[in-house]
Design a protein. Structure first.
Length: 278
């Protein structure tokens, strides 16, 4: 039987992603045969306070631009990645990223591939990126492309172009759109509401909760039916913390985001996108 070699680099990567100790990370990787995502779940099942998997953290450095069309019916998030923050903080590089985002809006681009093939002043975006790469000596590119269509789309950029948010609403509501976009930036919800959390995420969380409870000495001898019932209660707490509608509204914790939107004219969130560097 072959043995998976766990390297110091693997352990460090898991430490950076989870904040868990070195020995715990080594054991997690050993127990899961080096499977990174399974190791995260293993740590959580042991009761480690590990953040749930998020898909919005990809490029470590770069510029995130969030823009909407003039009629606020369509929004775009474009991430132009770089290797260092020295480049990403450069005004010329920010302007370069802004220009590509403007071209995405002007051409109503549907994908990253389409974006790379449109032209700005007669030159394809992919060629402009290659030229910029050659001039600055760093690998850059379109690292992320997101698009939202709705009756009204609000955009928000946070932290010197390090995070972008789009919120699609059921009707025009500029103030509500801005408030909810800032909520999403601050609280990083997984989904709009419990019904829109992917089934695989729900099952993953349920399995982790059940395993945690079975390892709790206080739960020894408890029937599986009781454990399942308690697990559902813990899942409801998970939904409250991780779904936008159920989260406490950051500007007024006495109400939920759903309550705030109802008071703002019964506005509904159709879709949102959040992209962050890190």
């Amino acid at each position: 039987m072959s043995t998976v070699t766990i390297t110091a680099q693997d352990i460090n990567k898991l430490r950076q992603a989870t904040g868990a100790g070195m020995m715990d990370c080594r054991k997690a990787l050993t127990e899961t045969g080096g499977d990174f995502e399974a190791a995260i779940d293993w740590l959580r099942k042991q009761g480690q306070k590990v953040a749930a998997k998020r898909s919005d953290r990809e490029a470590k450095e770069g510029v995130v631009i969030a823009k909407t069309t003039a009629d606020n019916k369509t929004g775009f998030i474009i991430t132009i990645s770089s290797e260092t923050d020295f480049v990403s903080k450069n005004a010329d590089f920010v302007a370069f990223a802004q220009g590509i985002a403007d071209a995405a809006v002007a051409n109503n681009v549907k994908s990253a591939e389409e974006l790379n093939n449109i032209e700005i002043n007669g030159t394809k975006v992919s060629d402009l990126i290659n030229d910029k790469l050659a001039s600055i000596g760093e690998k850059i590119g379109v690292a992320r492309f997101e698009r939202v269509e709705a009756p009204y789309v609000a955009s928000y950029i946070h932290g010197a172009y390090r995070m972008g948010v789009l919120v699609g609403l059921s009707k025009e509501a500029a103030d509500a759109g801005k408030d909810v976009a800032m909520q999403i930036a601050a609280m990083n919800p997984l989904a709009v509401d419990a019904a829109s959390v992917p089934a695989e995420t729900v099952e993953r969380e349920r399995a982790i909760v059940v395993d945690q409870m079975k390892q709790d000495p206080k739960m020894a001898g408890k029937a599986d039916e009781m454990i399942a019932k308690i697990a559902e209660g813990k899942l409801n707490a998970f939904f409250k913390e991780n779904t936008l509608a159920a989260q406490p509204f950051v500007k007024d914790n006495s109400k939920t985001v759903a309550d705030y939107l109802k008071g703002a004219g019964d506005v509904k969130v159709i879709e949102f996108k959040r992209v962050a560097l890190g």
